[in-house]
Design a protein around this ligand. Structure first.
Ligand code: PEP
Ligand code: MN
Length: 341
């Protein structure tokens, strides 16, 4: 249930009012917009009498929320949320009018590789560096990532370039290793690992949450809700392609997920054209389509030598191709009235 307070209601008046609601056994979350305070009532709201609430002199509107996600719901937070990360040189942003570009290799392979790629993507204008240290591979015999050594290399490169780091966490036991990571990625295969999601709700770090291989948009939003229920609302949703009958591309990029998610939720939505298509030549077209459809950013794989990559070389852009894509995305961002982070 959402209770929109009248314009001019002060925080302390709203807090007093919230105390009376809590007596009905519900939790109350605050969202302070530019013009009014919105209260989100979560839990069993069946005992709360909506008509009585409407009659209160401080209440503008009472809405019963049909969707199972509450804190992620746009009704609770009408304005776009942007996720901000403080960096050595300022602030890197995704959402709220800023197109956040995350680029880097699928996996960290060596110092030389990650340094090379990080410098190149920074020069081209990326705001974040991606790179997997712990890799969720389909085969246990494939390269599994450099593990802790890979994390150390990422953090070393972060120091040199100032680029905040986005990397995947595969299990709760790794959380303490991620203290200096800027954005924790939850991979498609872990989207419904509810124990992990709950823990990330308490970790105080931004989370990049990828859509599961065969997950509905509601399931993705409920996964975000798990994290938000713990008090962490710095979440970036990521459409990365879903399973379908056609295998021309690695997955099928659901472009319609972008306007749908943005209609239902205030959270920023980014697109991964690399895992969505599996084909480097198709990545620029899909990245541009994503921005044209309203995405708040892109996460894209870039490798300094795709042919020799230990993982996902076929879908990785060369630094040169990435730089050309950045030039195009600046124009697309401009049309959408956004700036590139
Ligand atoms: C990745 O980004 O490295 C990755 C494994 O992606 P996904 O979880 O979307 O497959
Ligand atoms: Mn990959």
């Amino acid at each position: 249930m959402i209770v929109a307070m009248k314009e001019g209601t002060s925080r302390s008046e709203a807090e007093q009012f919230a105390e009376t609601l809590k007596k009905e056994g519900v939790a109350v979350h605050f969202s302070e917009g530019a013009s009014r305070i919105v209260l989100g009532l979560v839990g069993d709201t069946s005992a709360v009498n909506g008509e009585n609430l409407k009659a209160h002199h401080l209440v503008e509107k009472v809405i019963r929320v049909q969707e199972p996600y509450k804190r992620a719901n746009r009704l609770f937070h009408p304005a776009d949320t942007s996720v901000e990360i403080r960096t050595a040189g300022g602030t890197a942003r995704i959402g709220g009018g800023t197109l956040g570009i995350i680029a880097g290799p699928c996996s960290v392979e060596s110092r030389e590789q990650i340094v090379d790629v990080a410098r190149a993507v920074k020069k081209a204008g990326a705001a974040f560096l991606r790179g997997g240290a712990f890799k969720p591979r389909t085969s246990p015999y494939s390269f599994q990532g450099l593990g802790c050594g890979g994390l150390d290399l990422l953090l070393e490169v972060k120091k040199e370039t100032g680029l905040p780091v986005v990397t995947e966490l595969m299990g709760i036991h790794q959380l303490e290793l991620f203290a200096d990571v800027d954005v924790i990625q939850v991979g498609a295969r872990n989207m419904q690992n509810f124990t992990l999601l709950r823990e990330l709700g308490r970790c105080g770090k931004p989370v990049l949450l990828k859509r599961g291989l065969a997950s509905t948009l509601t399931e993705l939003l409920m996964a975000a809700e798990y994290i938000m229920a713990g008090g962490n609302d710095r979440i970036i949703l990521c459409e990365r392609g879903i399973r379908s009958f056609d295998n021309y591309t690695r997955n099928v990029l659901d472009i319609s997920a972008i306007p749908a998610l943005k209609r239902q939720s205030h959270l920023p939505v980014i697109v991964d054209p690399s895992h969505a298509t599996g084909l480097s030549w198709m990545v620029p077209a899909m990245a541009k389509a994503a921005v044209a459809a309203g995405a708040d950013g892109i996460i894209v794989e870039v490798h300094n030598n795709p042919e020799a990559a230990l993982c996902d070389g076929e879908q990785s852009l060369t630094p040169g191709a990435f730089s050309l894509l950045m030039d195009a995305l600046r124009k697309y961002a401009d049309i959408e009235g956004k700036r590139v982070s």
